[in-house]
Design a protein around this ligand. Structure first.
Ligand SMILES: [Zn+2]
Length: 138
């Protein structure tokens, strides 16, 4: 299977650190030094208190499924061999949410509040953070 025909991330000044972290198998999110809230997606101002004092921290990579959908027809030709697959909004233990896929699981067993953990998938130029049921072997 190749991911070469799939749309890939377009890093910018705010997200470069995140994608570099993924390459090193670290899930990096931001944290506000003033109000201590975690932040995702990457940005230059804290959305809670508008502070500019934002630092990068490593997430535990653990969280739960906040919401999800099962794609049965695929999001375009590049995804047609992947169906069915789960697209999920993951709520990390740090409180922020990110979109990803649930892999290494039967899509019929994906449920809201299911405990998941990050797993990094090398897709050539990029390493993508995906999630799998917590506690299974990688
Ligand atoms: Zn803040």
């Amino acid at each position: 299977m190749t991911d070469q025909n799939k749309p890939m991330p377009i890093p910018d000044g705010d997200s470069n650190v995140f994608w570099q972290g993924c390459k090193e198998n670290k899930l990096l999110i931001q944290k506000c030094s003033d109000c201590s809230k975690h932040i995702f997606y990457p940005r230059i101002l804290c959305p809670n208190c508008f502070s500019e004092k934002i630092e990068w921290v490593e997430s535990t990579g653990k969280g739960k499924v906040y919401s999800y959908t099962i794609a049965r027809r695929g999001g375009g030709p590049a995804f047609k061999d992947d169906v069915p697959y789960a697209v999920a909004l993951i709520q990390l233990d740090e409180g922020v949410r990110m979109f990803s896929n649930i892999i290494n699981a039967d899509v019929e067993e994906v449920k809201c509040d299911m405990a998941v953990e990050v797993v990094f998938v090398d897709s050539g130029e990029f390493t993508l953070p995906k999630f799998q049921p917590a506690g299974i072997l990688k």
